[in-house]
Every structure is written in C-alpha cells, then in structure tokens.
Design a protein around this ligand. Structure first.
Ligand SMILES: [Zn+2]
Length: 148
C-alpha cells in the first residue's frame, strides 16, 4: 500500500474494523516515513489551505514540509510519533480556520512553540534552522522576543 502523500511503500495497518453494514473492512494505515495516516475504502481527507511565504507568494499547504522540518529538529531525539501527529493535526485545524490563509512565518512560530513543550533540544534546533540568525546574540534576542 503506497503512501498517498510521499509515495513511500512502507505503510502499516494501525486499525482494522468492519464498516457498519459489515460489508467491508475499513483499514487505517500509517506511512512509516512521513506518518501520514489514511483509510482504505474512503476518500482521503487532508486539510487544505493557502500559505503565504515571506516572498509574498502563496502556495498550497503541504503537510510533508511540516513533517520534514520537524524531523530535522528531532533527529536522534526520542519522541512519540503519535504525539507529533497529534500536534500537527491540532495546528492544521487552527491554520485551516484562517479564511485568508496563513503565513509561513506563523506556521514556523507555531511549530516552534509546540516543540518547546515537547523537547528543548528539538526546539533550539528548529529555531536555529528555520529562523536565520547572524550570530548567537541575535539568536538569543529572537528567543527572548518571540517566546519567553
Ligand atoms: Zn508517506
């Protein structure tokens, strides 16, 4: 079963049950690469909204980018994939409610705040990777202004 998001072939069944009419099995699957979850026998539902980049351009929201950015920050850290998915789902629901779309800056900041609660090392990595800072002093100033 191919992942519809990243085309990865390793997906696992996480839940399997009969449909209400007992005529089909509904399977929940999870991609082992990007953690996208999907259901066979049902149309996929992913939230859809526009993201405005710092350049001013807009693009369709892409969950894979969010997952990848978080994974970079979480390299070699212990974490619960379910927790990450839960965080992303919660954020996506928030973001999708903004009718005018959302800025990439807001997305970055929201992720950063979630990471702060989850894992301090990942939080610092994310802050240093996704917010460009010229030097340590500037980085610390950013942390103070944005987060504390
Ligand atoms: Zn995938």
């Amino acid at each position: 079963m191919k992942c519809p998001k990243c085309k990865n072939l390793d997906t696992k069944v996480i839940d399997s049950r009969m449909t209400e009419d007992w005529k089909a099995v509904r399977r929940r699957r999870e991609c082992e690469k990007c953690w996208a979850r999907f259901t066979t026998f049902e149309r996929l539902e992913f939230v859809s909204f526009m993201v405005t980049k710092s350049s001013g351009e807009s693009e369709q929201y892409d969950r894979t980018k969010v997952v990848n950015s978080m994974m970079k920050a979480l390299v070699k850290r212990k974490f619960n994939p379910d927790k990450i998915e839960q965080i992303i789902n919660t954020l996506e629901t928030d973001w999708a409610q903004n009718k005018q779309g959302i800025t990439s800056k807001r997305i970055g900041r929201d992720i950063l705040r979630k990471l702060r609660d989850l894992d301090e090392v990942a939080f610092l990595r994310y802050a240093s990777i996704y917010h460009n800072h010229e030097n340590v002093a500037e980085f610390i100033k950013f942390l103070e202004e944005e987060l504390w």
